[in-house]
Design a protein around this ligand. Structure first.
Ligand code: AMP
Ligand code: ZN
Length: 139
């Protein structure tokens, strides 16, 4: 754990999140600034950063959960596609220095062209509705 890390605080329950999936090593939760509604983050519970220094066995677990979430977004949100994105270092656009994969549901009409503009949910209820639909579609 890293004391000043916002994602470690989420793991410890000190900051709330809308959880999608959890196992002993990995947590998936809704991104509060979705570039497309349904945008989910997948993180290890242990603090690692960046990708280049993360143990391969942790990466294997993360990418397996990324696949599970991508499948659930396709099924639960009826997404037309899914983007997976991962940044390392401020120069690459990383803001939170705890390794994470962005899993972004894509719709033919979503208007997202890689322009990273965080959107807002209309309400907490709307975010929870997206989360429910993804959760219900988990394998
Ligand atoms: P990155 O720029 O790759 O480091 O992405 C960090 C992501 O974390 C951004 O998409 C933020 O919207 C998201 N984020 C930051 N704080 C929180 C939080 N408390 N709960 C959920 N997502 C968050
Ligand atoms: Zn951390």
């Amino acid at each position: 754990m890293s004391h000043n890390c916002i994602f470690c605080k989420i793991i410890k329950g000190e900051i709330p999140c809308t959880k999608i999936y959890e196992d002993p090593e990995v947590l998936a939760f809704m991104d509060i600034g979705p570039v497309v509604k349904g945008h989910t983050l997948v993180i290890p519970k242990a603090h690692h950063n960046p990708l280049m220094d993360t143990p391969p066995e942790i990466l294997q677990k993360l990418i397996t959960v990324v696949q599970t979430i991508a499948r659930a977004q396709k099924k639960g949100l009826e997404a037309d596609g899914v983007n997976v994105s991962q940044a390392n270092g401020a120069a690459a656009g990383q803001v939170v220095p705890h390794i994470h994969f962005h899993v972004i549901p894509r719709f033919t009409t979503d208007g997202f062209h890689g322009n990273w503009i965080p959107k807002k949910y209309d309400s907490l209820g709307e975010m929870q509705d997206y989360a429910d639909r993804i959760r219900k579609a988990l394998d």
